[in-house]
Structures are given as structure tokens and as C-alpha cells.
Design a protein around this ligand. Structure first.
Ligand SMILES: NC(=O)C1=CN([C@@H]2O[C@H](COP(=O)(O)OP(=O)(O)OC[C@H]3O[C@@H](n4cnc5c(N)ncnc54)[C@H](O)[C@@H]3O)[C@@H](O)[C@H]2O)C=CC1
Ligand SMILES: CCCCCC(=O)/C=C/C=C\C/C=C\C/C=C\CCCC(=O)O
Length: 257
């Protein structure tokens, strides 16, 4: 799928992985709508992008993915400004075992809601152009992370949702591919703050650091390059792409029927 002229929406776009996804989409010719709850970081990033790519290629909306009203408004304005949506990157996420209900709300409930609301514009059955949805899961969506049971559960939920939506899309004719991105540890604010966010599992911080030593840490640029494959390669649908410093691989799931 060539990205020239395509319209992408990225949640959690202001910082970390979302920032790198936005950059790689722009570098490949897409227009990008940035959604983020952090207004200052979003406006600063938009200003930088306007200088680099011109003001026609991006715009930023302050949008909390937990708010149905704010998502609806952002998607409506995106379609009015750019004529449709071809790519959705559900990337906003947090890790906070202390505030575990909020972790479920942002990582899973909001991701489902943004997807359903975006389908109203993207689904070919609704007059949309089809396209691709990439959900940011994690290695913790495939393997349990001992210090983060709720984060692990949300990321397993994202992988399951992605795979089921892929099947629903194929069976119904939405014209939309669904893929999950499953990186290991990535050098971002979320990663840096892990020791402060383990809640009742803070006694397991050292065990977590051992895992970091074992898996090593990715840069956001490395992950964005793998993300691009899920967006552009039309053969990838219902996939979970593992991204680690020593390489990438597609998860092989059991086939029971
Ligand atoms: N950093 C890591 O080691 C890994 C991160 N991930 C996942 O990658 C995604 C991005 O995380 P990072 O870039 O590391 O984190 P980050 O903390 O650097 O960036 C997250 C961005 O999401 C935004 N955000 C948070 N809550 C939001 C909300 N309610 N509405 C809208 N925007 C919101 C933040 O303002 C921020 O700009 C998350 O889903 C995370 O679970 C997956 C694997 C590893
Ligand atoms: C500690 C929070 C990390 C949050 C960021 C994130 O999503 C990163 C996850 C990266 C990898 C870790 C996930 C699972 C690995 C856990 C155990 C593996 C043990 C099995 C083994 O082969 O040794």
C-alpha cells in the first residue's frame, strides 16, 4: 500500500512511539492527524512538523482517548479536513499497576472505542475507503510480564481484539486489515517510569530490570520501521509482529480449526 496522499490518525502521537510513527508516515507521503491528551507536547510537535513538512500535511487535536465525545469530534474534523481516513494507529497507552482501572480504560476500552468510531468512516460497507488499523500491543501481549499483570492483560486483550477484528473484517468485507505491533522494551517515558508505576508489584522491580537486561532496549526509530511494514504490506492481516533488538518475527498462533 503506497502512502502518498493517504490519511492516517495516530493516537498518543505527541511523544514516544507515536511520535516516531507519525514521522515515518510523513516521510513516506501520508498526511497525519495527531491525537494526544498532552496539549503542550502535541502543539510543540505540530509546530516542528509544520516547519519540516509544511502546514498542509499534519494537524494536532487535543484528544483524550477515554472521551467518546472528543474522539468523535476529532474523527469528524479529520474527515472534513482530509476527506477520509485510510490508516488508524491505536497507539496511546499507559503502564500503571497502581491505577489499574485507568490502565484497562486507556489500553483496552478506549482502543476498542476508537476502532469502532473510526470504522464508521473507514469501513467500505459504510462508504469508507477501507485501509489498515495497527494496534500497539507489546511483547507483554504475548508473554506474561510478572510485575505488570493488568498491563499484560490489556496487551493480550489488544492482540485478541486485533485478530478477531481481522477475521470479522475479512468475513464481512470491511476492506480493512488489522495488525498488532508487539515490541519489547522501548526507550520512551513509559519505559523510564516503569519503577514508579508497579504499584503493589514494586517488590518485583529488580526482576523486571533483569528482563530489560535480557531483552535489551529498542529505539523508537527501530520500532517505527517495523510498524511501517504492518501498514504498507498488504499481505499482513491479523498478524502480531514481534519487534526485538536482534530482529523481528511474526507470532505463530495455534490453529485449532
Ligand atoms: N515503551 C515501551 O517499552 C513499550 C511501549 N509499548 C506501548 O507503546 C505505546 C506507546 O507507549 P510509549 O510511546 O512508550 O509511551 P509514552 O508515555 O512515551 O507516550 C505515550 C503517549 O500517549 C499519550 N497518551 C496517554 N494517555 C492518553 C490518552 N488518554 N489519550 C490520548 N493520548 C494519551 C501520552 O500523552 C504520550 O504522548 C503504548 O501503547 C505502550 O503500551 C509497547 C511495548 C513497549
Ligand atoms: C515492565 C513494563 C514494560 C512495559 C513496556 C512493554 O510493554 C515492554 C514489554 C517487553 C517485553 C517483556 C514482555 C514479556 C517478557 C516476559 C517474560 C519472558 C520470560 C520468558 C523467557 O523467554 O525468558
Amino acid at each position: 500500500m503506497a502512502l502518498i496522499g493517504k490519511v492516517a490518525v495516530v493516537t498518543g502521537a505527541a511523544m514516544g512511539l507515536g511520535n516516531a510513527m507519525t514521522r515515518i508516515l510523513l516521510q513516506n507521503g501520508a498526511k497525519v492527524v495527531l491525537l494526544d491528551v498532552n496539549n503542550t507536547a502535541g502543539e510543540n510537535f505540530q509546530e516542528a512538523l509544520h516547519k519540516e513538512y509544511g502546514s498542509e500535511k499534519t494537524f494536532f487535536f487535543k484528544c483524550d482517548v477515554e472521551s467518546e465525545q472528543q474522539i468523535k469530534a476529532a474523527l469528524k474534523k479529520t474527515t472534513e479536513a482530509f476527506g477520509g481516513i485510510d490508516i488508524l494507529c491505536n497507539n496511546a497507552g499507559i503502564l500503571n499497576e497502581g491505577e489499574w482501572e485507568k490502565t484497562v480504560s486507556i489500553n483496552m476500552v478506549a482502543l476498542f472505542r476508537v476502532t469502532y468510531l473510526a470504522l464508521e468512516y473507514m469501513n467500505k460497507l459504510n462508504g469508507g475507503r477501507g485501509g489498515v488499523i495497527v494496534n500497539t500491543a507489546s511483547m507483554a501481549g504475548l508473554i506474561p510480564l510478572l510485575s505488570c499483570p493488568v498491563y499484560t492483560a490489556t496487551k493480550h486483550g489488544v492482540v485478541g481484539f486485533t485478530r478477531a477484528m481481522s477475521l470479522a473484517s475479512k468475513a464481512s468485507g470491511y476492506g480493512i486489515r488489522f495488525n498488532a505491533l508487539c515490541p519489547g522494551f522501548v526507550q520512551t517515558d513509559l519505559f523510564i517510569n516503569i519503577p514508579k508505576r508497579l504499584g503493589q508489584f514494586s517488590n518485583l522491580a529488580d526482576e523486571t530490570l533483569k528482563l530489560v537486561d535480557k531483552f535489551k532496549v529498542l529505539t523508537v526509530t527501530q520500532v517505527a520501521e517495523s510498524f511501517l511494514e504492518l501498514v504498507t504490506d498488504e499481505t499482513k492481516d491479523g498478524e502480531a509482529l514481534i519487534v526485538l533488538p536482534d530482529g523481528t518475527s511474526y507470532m505463530e498462533f495455534p490453529v485449532l480449526c
